[in-house]
Write a protein of this length. Structure first.
Length: 270
């Protein structure tokens, strides 16, 4: 999927070294955009940049990466000062998920998840936004989750952080529209990424049964939906027909998943 609309544009993607973020980066590179990736692991970032080279449209394109922790604002601010670029598009894709029953999760897990998923989104937006305001143009894409629409058993740490991104995006959209800056929030379903593989290694059995009622999308398909949504300037970007149904009828599906979890919990207590 190539879109010449983004040719020559400067794009910053957090969490761009793998998964959905990397898949989005591929499309932007194919479209002729300049890409800056931001993530914590240097080795993975370097590998991602090398992999992106094969999608390069011209020799003038910039493909680079910076190592930073989006949850650490002072350190992130220092790294961002080295980038020295005014970005046209920011994609906040950095995030982690740590499933488990609430009673079994350490309090530090909640702190880490909210710091990376939500405050990481806030922190990077805070740094990028002044450049967009100066130009009176820009696009901010915040990646949430279908877990931001309904409560799912086993996601007491993860889902609230994505609910927060959803609320942040709504408020930000209202504040920035007059400045010519658009905001989108993405609600991807379970996506075939290294993060999902990790989740499956520790996920509670009841959560596993709930998740088995839906399908898994590829990162490339999610990325295509994101790019299409940006082009159409959609606020809510919901990849996949299953996700769209859940988005349209959250109460119905929330009721179903709640009772499924309750029934499975009762079985486990027998």
């Amino acid at each position: 999927m190539v879109d010449p609309t983004f040719s020559g544009k400067n794009i910053l993607i957090s969490g761009g070294s793998s998964g959905i973020g990397f898949a989005i980066a591929k499309i932007f590179v194919q479209s002729g955009a300049n890409i800056t990736l931001l993530a914590r692991r240097k080795a993975l970032l370097n590998s991602a940049c090398q992999d992106l080279e094969v999608y390069r449209k011209s020799g003038d394109q910039i493909i680079r990466a910076f190592s930073a922790d989006v949850s650490n604002y002072p350190a992130l601010e220092k790294v961002y000062g080295q980038i020295q670029t005014s970005f046209d598009v920011l994609v906040n894709c950095a995030g982690i998920a740590y499933p488990g029953e609430f009673i079994n999760l350490d309090a530090k897990i909640f702190e880490e998840v909210i710091n990376i998923n939500y405050l990481g989104t806030v922190n990077l937006t805070k740094l990028v936004l002044p450049g967009m305001l100066e130009k009176r143009s820009g696009y901010i894409v915040n990646v949430a989750s279908l877990a931001a629409l309904i409560g799912i058993y086993g996601y007491t740490a993860y889902a609230p952080s994505k609910y927060a991104i959803r609320g942040f995006s709504r408020c930000l959209r209202a504040e920035l529209k007059a400045y010519g800056i658009d905001v989108s929030v993405v609600f991807p379903p379970d996506t075939d990424t290294p993060q999902l593989a990790f989740e499956h290694s520790i996920i509670p059995e009841i959560t596993r049964k709930i998740n088995s009622t839906g399908s898994v999308m590829s990162a490339d398909k999610v990325a295509e939906a994101v790019i299409k949504g940006i082009r159409r300037r959609q606020f809510s970007i919901v990849p996949g027909w299953e996700g769209k149904l859940l988005y349209l009828f959250p109460s119905l599906f929330g009721h179903f998943f709640y009772h499924l979890a309750v029934n499975e919990s009762k079985k486990s207590l027998r």
